[in-house]
Design a protein around this ligand. Structure first.
Ligand SMILES: Cc1cc2nc3c(=O)[nH]c(=O)nc-3n(C[C@H](O)[C@H](O)[C@H](O)COP(=O)(O)OP(=O)(O)OC[C@H]3O[C@@H](n4cnc5c(N)ncnc54)[C@H](O)[C@@H]3O)c2cc1C
Length: 535
């Protein structure tokens, strides 16, 4: 007889685990299926096989404001062992001339750093920060933490309040327009766009102009998990197990089982059927969920075309260089900026706005752009990630998935490219020449091999254009975490509000699922329309 659960979740990344924990706490018998040997997905920390005691965070590392996330509180992750560190000098952009543009957890110190580049820009920073704090708190944060509203309803509600109208007005710009209109110094312009255009949306797209001021106003800063990113996954696993949930690794589903127009379970590659009384929720991408796991007979042609057309981020793929060191990188710029010895995220090679269009062109052509790289030395803040007295550090850069037209070319090019990146890093941190014990590189193709949901190496699991935002993410007819088939839900980064370790796709999916099952959820926030209507 097939084993029966109330809910089966596909993929044990942080989103799958968060949904599992909420459903378990609501009294459902939950199973999470994971193809890898270890749960956590992008929350991955590996011990170096050649160098015992050196831990590498091979995917997500900069965890944005995790301690402020509602699920972090609801699932009591600190009780389950999670500990997040938020370094004070949160981000530094080093220029060619050895200047440092700094973002501190303390806003006045950030203001001072900006003022050393341009007093006018520092004043603009403060103005936008102050104006957007209530917009982030009143609109953007509630919107991220709730199932999205239909676009017309959203617009009508926002038009009723001053905050909402201001948001709509700023959103109408592209991030590039916003930065060029409001800021003058090339380093500041480039630095602001780094966080937005480079990491999240195409900076040329109108409709996203609010991203920069939202970023300036957000209390959300970069954090890291004590013990490595996987430590956060271990805490999530503990929350799932405490709620009675089961996590089965090395388990790859081959087919969704559909009976009488309803998804009722999953077939495993081992030829085993697993039944789900209420639902199957997929944290995988739409290609996997709809085209690989669902028989064509159960997918209307229109939805099949939309799933097939789901697009991935051209500029999201990363190339990574991980190093093992006898001492932390010592940046030459620290001679004039001693605080750099305690900097968390360090950005190099970014000088000017024009580098962004050039980077997009390189990605379109399959060539590697002149490197803009950023990374950290985790052991500066958490000595447990290396043997005593030793350090780990890494650098990332944007790199095209299809190198010279074919992702397979990465296997031959990877190590040489890693050495080139190391030389550039060394130009900023000369001590690396002597401090290096060993290093290894990972390409966008390695990312996809490791996490096939990150198709084309897209770590955000889906672009933010092509209408793939908000109510219609991943596509019209599969937004709001529900699909065309009763019993089938979505809960991963391909759903609103998207990729990165936010846990919010799962948090929102949990709200929808529990509401559909008429199960109590005292943690559920008031409906979004009501909150926006009260502004
Ligand atoms: C190099 C790199 C650096 C990154 N840096 C950051 C960062 O600093 N900060 C940040 O916030 N985010 C970062 N990210 C992005 C972040 O890791 C992802 O956006 C996030 O992990 C998505 O979460 P998820 O739970 O939706 O999916 P995932 O974490 O990808 O989890 C999906 C799970 O499903 C499993 N799976 C896939 N296919 C199947 C299948 N067919 N059957 C069963 N299981 C399957 C996978 O093995 C995985 O465990 C980075 C990603 C990469 C690759």
């Amino acid at each position: 007889m097939a084993a029966t659960y109330d809910a089966i979740i596909l993929g044990a990344g942080h989103n799958g685990l968060i949904l599992a924990a909420y459903l378990g706490k609501a009294g459902l018998k939950v199973l999470v299926l994971e193809r890898k040997a270890v749960a956590g997905g992008g929350l991955s920390t590996l011990e170096d096989p050649g160098h015992p005691g050196f831990l590498h965070n091979t995917h997500a590392f900069f965890l944005r404001a995790i301690t402020a996330m509602p699920w972090y509180r609801d699932l009591e992750l600190e009780r389950h062992g999670a500990e997040l560190i938020e370094p004070e000098l949160n981000v530094v952009l080093l220029t060619r001339e050895g200047r440092a543009l700094e973002w501190w957890t303390d806003f006045p110190r950030t203001y001072e750093s900006f003022a050393r580049f341009s007093r006018r820009d520092a004043d603009a920073l403060r103005r936008w920060h102050d104006e957007f704090v209530p917009i982030v708190e009143g609109v953007l944060r509630p919107e991220a933490e709730a199932p999205p509203l239909p676009p017309e309803e959203r617009r009508a509600l926002l038009t009723r309040s001053a905050r909402g109208r201001r948001l709509l007005e700023v959103s109408a710009l592209s991030p590039l327009d916003f930065v060029q209109r409001e800021f003058e110094h090339p380093t500041i312009q480039a630095g602001l766009l780094f966080f937005n255009g480079l990491r999240e949306v195409d900076l040329r797209l109108s409709g996203f102009g609010h991203h920069i001021p939202a970023l300036l106003a957000s209390p959300a800063k970069a954090q890291m998990a004590q013990g490595g990113s996987a430590a956060l996954a271990r805490a999530l696993e503990a929350a799932v197990r405490e709620a009675g949930g089961e996590i089965r690794t090395m388990a790859t589903p081959t087919r969704l089982l559909v009976e009488n127009g309803r998804v009722v379970g999953v077939e495993l590659s081992a030829g085993e059927d697993l039944r789900a009384r209420h639902l199957v929720a997929s944290s995988l991408n739409p290609h996997q969920t709809f085209l690989e796991l669902l028989d064509a007979a159960f997918l209307p042609p229109l939805l099949r075309d939309r799933a097939a057309a789901f697009a991935y981020n051209l500029v999201a793929p990363l190339f990574a260089l991980n190093a093992m060191l006898t001492e932390p990188p010592r940046y030459a710029a620290a001679t004039h900026h001693p605080e750099l010895d305690r900097a968390f995220m360090v950005i190099m090679g970014l000088e000017h706005l024009d580098q962004f269009p050039a980077m997009i062109r390189h990605h379109e052509q399959g060539t590697v752009p002149p490197p803009i790289m950023w990374g950290a030395c985790p052991t500066l803040f958490d000595a447990s990630q290396a043997p005593p007295g030793r350090h780990t550090a890494f650098m990332w850069e944007k790199a095209p998935y299809r190198l010279h037209g074919d992702a397979a070319n990465w296997d031959a090019a990877r190590d040489e490219h890693g050495r080139a990146l190391l030389r550039l890093w060394q130009a900023h941190a000369p001590n690396l020449a002597d401090a290096l014990i060993d290093s290894f590189a990972r390409s966008p193709l390695d990312v996809e091999r490791s996490l096939p949901n990150m198709r084309e190496g897209d770590l955000l699991v889906g672009a933010f254009d092509h209408g793939q935002v908000g109510y219609h993410r991943p596509f019209a007819g599969a937004g709001q975490y529900r699909t065309h088939l009763p019993g089938l839900y979505l809960c991963g980064a391909s759903s609103h509000p998207g990729g990165n370790v936010t846990g919010l796709p799962a948090y929102n999916a949990a709200q929808v699922v529990l509401s559909d099952l008429s199960l109590a959820a005292d943690w559920r926030p008031a409906p979004l329309a009501e909150r926006l209507g009260r502004l």
